[in-house]
Write a protein that binds this ligand. Sequence first.
Ligand code: NAP
Length: 278
Amino acid sequence: MKQGFMQGKRGLIMGVANKNSIAWGIAQSCMDQGASLVFTYQNDHLKSRVIALCEQHNAAGILGCDVGSDEDLDRTFTQTVDILGGLDFVLHAIAFSDKNQLRGAYVDTTRDNFSLTMDVSCYSFTAVAKRAQSVMGAGGALLTLTYLGAERYIPNYNVMGVAKAALEASVRYLAADLGPQGIRVNALSAGTVMTRAARGIGGFEKLLRYNEINSAMGSNVLLDQVGNAGAYLLSDLSGGVTGEVHHVDCGYHAMGMPSVQRARENAQWFSTVDELDD
Ligand code: NAP
């Protein structure tokens, strides 16, 4: 029988909404490499769909968990350890903001939505890390998902970019806090992928096209490419890596200026675009 590099590893996967979810891509890769997984879904709205998807793939457990609730988080970690007999890794692939504020100007962000976005998209990872710390041993790994909008202005990404910047800073602080226990903490900065959450960002299809033209590889990243990189960061293969933001975006982040050929492609494409948030 094939022995994958995650054979015997027990993981908690938070953030599967459907088969297009980044969490699902990473989960599939972990399962292919032998990991046993418990999944969470946020609420009853997507419950039956997530349960059906996870059951088809022999999930060890499927639990409801709203990361805005400390009680839900406590219960989720207790139940996950009961089900799996321990915990080796956690994937946090969760973000939320009012989609009406993921278009237009960042300066129009409201106080309420700023707090909500920071709570669900940033603080929840720290809350997850706190629970993980109490049940994980040396060799444990935590991974969250971020985006280039944390580092640079991206039209319409707005308050989510600010939350992702705080999330990336959290990764460095958590890496230092949990490092002495042998627990690693990293972020994967994914390129643009069409998902349920991404559809909420104004003009996301245009962002996809612009990334495709301007990435080093001239393409958008595929879900299985993000999945494999995620599995690496959650496994012992990345045993010396912590506090890192790892870009998996076909090299889009590395580009400073387009070639003449790509600049012409950009010019041609921009001539067909009216607004970036439509
Ligand atoms: P997705 O499939 O829609 O996943 C987002 C997940 O977050 C959903 O399962 C959603 O549940 C969950 N969620 C939202 N609020 C929650 C809460 N309070 N408690 C528990 N779960 C909650 O979209 P995705 O693109 O894969 O997003 C996963 C992560 O990747 C996010 O952090 C996102 O910012 C990041 N990312 C995405 C891209 C991209 O291009 N797609 C690029 C870079 C980074 P519901 O659907 O039930 O709300």
